[in-house]
Design a protein around this ligand. Structure first.
Ligand SMILES: *[C@@H]1O[C@H](CO)[C@@H](O)[C@H](O)[C@H]1NC(C)=O
Ligand SMILES: *[C@@H]1O[C@H](CO)[C@@H](O)[C@H](O)[C@H]1NC(C)=O
Ligand SMILES: *[C@@H]1O[C@H](CO)[C@@H](O)[C@H](O)[C@H]1NC(C)=O
Length: 492
C-alpha cells in the first residue's frame, strides 16, 4: 500500500507534487524507520547466530556417567605435582568423590604464577592448559599416569579412596576412543578433535557451572584458603591479605577467606549434586604464617581423615622404580656412600651455588674427620658433568684418591630398562570403574620421558645413602628425598 502511494505522486505533474510533498516526506521517513528495524533485526539475528557457533556440548555426559568425580589442575615440576596429588586425594576423600588421576605433566609445561604476588592463572585457564597438555601427551604417545609412578595400592586397599584414570574418565565422559590419538601419522579425525576441544572447554568451566553436572570452582589462592573442621568461623578472613601497596599498584581487590571444604562443597551445597567438581591448582605452601591455598594438616574430629593425612604424607614410588634405585646402590655403588643433591641451574637456585656447595663441603670434612677413607659419593645434579670443572664438584671429581663419584645418566641402560618396566606394568590404568576395553584404551608402550625416570631413580638411590644426604636448601626434590629416608624406603 505505502509503496504504491509513494510511487504514484512521482507520475503526477509538478504543481501537484508541491502539494503532496509533506505526505511524501512523512512516507519516506516511515519507510526509513521500517527499513531500520528490518536491518537491525537482521544484524541482531546474524550476530546471535555467530554467538551460537561454538555449540555448547550437551552435558548428557552427566546423566550417562555414574558416580561423582573430582578433577583438578596440576602444574609445575614433578614434586609440585605430587604435592597437589596428595591434596587431591585428601579432598576427594573428604567429599567422598572419585579422584580423576592426572598424567605426569612435562616440567614447566603448565605454570601457575605467584600466589604471594596475587598473580596466578585463573582456574578456567589453568584447567584448560592442563587439559590441552594432557591431550598433547596422548597425541605424542608419551602419556604417563601419576599412578604409573606413585604406588596407590596401599591407599586403595586400606581406605575407601576411589580413583579413576583420566583417560578412562575422558573416554566415557566425552564418548571418544582415545586410542586413535596416539598414531604415527598424527592426523586426528576432525570430529574427534572437535569433541575433545568442546569436552575440554566444558570441563574447564568455560561455559560456567552446570547444575547437577559440573561445578567449576573459581576459588584460587587469591581468594580462598581451604580448611577442614577448624574452630574458627567459616568464611573468616585469612591472616595473609594483599597489602595496601600491592592493592594500589596492581589494583587488586582480592580478599582471602578461610573456607571449610566440606561445608562449601559437601552435602547440602550446590556443588554436591554436580557429577564433576573441578578445582584449579591444589598447590599450597606456607607463606607469612599462613598457607597459600590449603590448610588441612590435621582432622582431630575425624579419625578416618586423620589417618589418611598420615598415610599420604609419604607415597612411595611403584616397585619397578624402587627396585632400580636399590639395585644401583647395592650392585654398582656397593658399600656405604653419601648422596649429594645439587640443584644449580634452575630458577632461584642459580644464585646460591656457594651455599649449596658449602653444605657438601662441611659434610665431607666431617666424614674425613671420622676416618672415612675414599668416600663414595652419589651425585645428582642438573649441572652437566662437562661443566663441573672450576667448582667444588670438579675438585672432588679430580681427587680420585679421596673420593669415588657415581652418577646415573639418562642414556644408561638402567634408566631405559626401568622406563620400559614402568610402562609395561601400567599401574595407572588399573584404576577405574570403567573397564579399559570398553573405554577403548590399550596398554601401549609409551616411551616415558627418560629425564623424569632418571629423577625418580636418583631419589631412591639417595634414600639408600647410609653415610648421609646433603640436599639443596629449598628444593622440593630434597624434601622428597628426606621423606623417603624417614620412611626407610631403601632398607624397609
Ligand atoms: C560415598 O559414595 C559412595 C559411592 O557414591 C556411596 O556408596 C557411599 O554411601 C558414600 N558415603 C557416604 C558416607 O556418603
Ligand atoms: C593447546 O595446545 C596446542 C599445541 O598442543 C597449542 O598450539 C595451543 O596454543 C594450546 N592452547 C592453549 C589454550 O593452551
Ligand atoms: C657448560 O659448558 C658448555 C661448553 O663448555 C657451555 O657452552 C655451557 O654454557 C655451559 N653451561 C653452563 C650452565 O655453565
Amino acid at each position: 500500500m505505502e509503496t504504491e502511494t509513494f510511487i504514484r505522486p512521482i507520475n503526477t505533474n509538478k504543481s501537484k507534487k508541491k502539494q503532496t510533498s509533506p505526505l511524501l516526506i512523512f512516507l519516506f521517513l516511515f519507510i526509513l524507520i521500517l527499513l531500520f528495524f528490518y536491518l537491525n533485526n537482521f544484524i541482531f539475528l546474524s550476530l546471535s547466530k555467530k554467538k551460537s557457533i561454538p555449540i555448547i556440548p550437551r552435558p548428557s555426559q552427566c546423566s550417562s556417567t555414574k558416580g561423582k568425580f573430582l578433577w583438578y589442575a596440576p602444574h609445575s615440576g614433578f614434586s609440585n605435582q605430587l604435592a597437589e596429588f596428595k591434596n587431591a586425594i585428601l579432598i576427594a576423600k573428604i567429599l567422598n568423590r572419585t579422584l580423576i588421576v592426572p598424567p605426569v605433566l612435562d616440567h614447566h609445561a603448565v605454570a601457575l604464577g605467584s600466589c604471594p604476588k596475587f598473580r596466578v592463572l585463573n582456574p578456567n585457564e589453568l584447567r584448560y592448559k592442563v587439559w590441552n597438555h594432557s591431550i598433547q601427551l596422548l597425541r605424542d604417545c608419551r602419556y604417563v599416569s601419576m599412578a604409573d609412578i606413585v604406588d596407590l595400592s596401599p591407599l586403595v586397599s586400606y581406605s575407601t579412596v576411589r580413583f579413576v584414570d583420566f583417560r578412562t574418565f575422558v573416554s566415557s565422559w566425552c564418548g571418544v576412543n582415545l586410542n586413535v590419538l596416539c598414531s604415527k601419522d598424527q592426523n586426528i579425525p576432525s570430529l574427534l578433535s572437535e569433541s575433545l576441544r568442546q569436552c575440554g572447554s566444558l570441563l574447564s568451566g568455560y561455559y560456567g557451572s552446570i547444575s547437577g553436572c559440573l561445578s567449576a570452582l573459581e576459588d584460587d589462592c587469591r581468594t580462598t584458603v581451604w580448611t577442614y573442621q577448624e574452630d574458627v568461623e567459616d568464611g573468616a578472613l585469612d591472616s595473609f591479605q594483599p597489602d595496601d601497596q600491592l592493592k594500589k599498584k596492581k589494583k587488586i581487590s582480592f580478599i582471602r577467606r578461610r573456607k571449610d571444604v566440606y561445608k562449601a562443597l559437601g552435602p547440602g551445597s550446590a556443588a554436591e549434586s554436580a557429577t564433576v567438581l573441578a578445582f584449579g591448582s591444589l598447590f599450597t605452601a606456607p607463606y607469612k604464617g599462613s598457607e597459600s591455598h590449603i590448610d588441612i594438616h590435621e582432622a582431630p574430629n575425624d579419625p578416618i581423615i586423620q589417618t589418611l593425612i598420615e598415610k599420604i604424607e609419604f607415597l612411595p614410588f611403584v616397585p619397578e622404580i624402587i627396585n632400580a634405585g636399590k639395585k644401583f646402590a647395592l650392585q654398582t655403588i656397593k658399600g656405604p656412600f653419601l648422596c649429594a643433591q645439587l640443584r644449580l641451574l634452575d630458577g632461584q637456585f642459580k644464585n646460591h651455588h656457594k651455599a649449596t656447595f658449602l653444605g657438601l663441603k662441611q659434610k665431607i670434612e666431617f666424614l674425613k674427620q671420622t676416618g672415612q677413607k675414599r668416600i663414595h659419593v652419589f651425585v645428582m645434579t642438573d649441572l652437566p658433568m662437562a661443566n663441573w670443572t672450576g667448582s667444588y664438584l670438579g675438585s672432588i671429581a679430580k681427587d680420585s684418591d679421596a673420593f669415588k663419584l657415581f652418577v646415573i645418566r639418562e642414556e644408561d641402560d638402567l634408566v631405559q630398562e626401568t622406563a620400559k618396566e614402568v610402562m609395561d606394568a601400567g599401574h595407572g590404568l588399573k584404576h577405574g570403574s570403567v573397564s579399559q576395553s570398553s573405554a577403548g584404551i590399550n596398554k601401549r608402550h609409551h616411551p616415558q620421558s627418560l629425564s623424569d625416570v632418571l629423577l625418580y631413580i636418583e631419589e631412591v638411590v639417595c634414600s639408600c645413602a647410609s653415610l648421609g644426604f646433603v640436599g639443596t636448601a629449598g628444593s622440593t626434590i630434597a624434601e622428597s628425598i628426606e621423606l623417603m629416608r624417614k620412611h626407610d624406603v631403601c632398607f624397609g
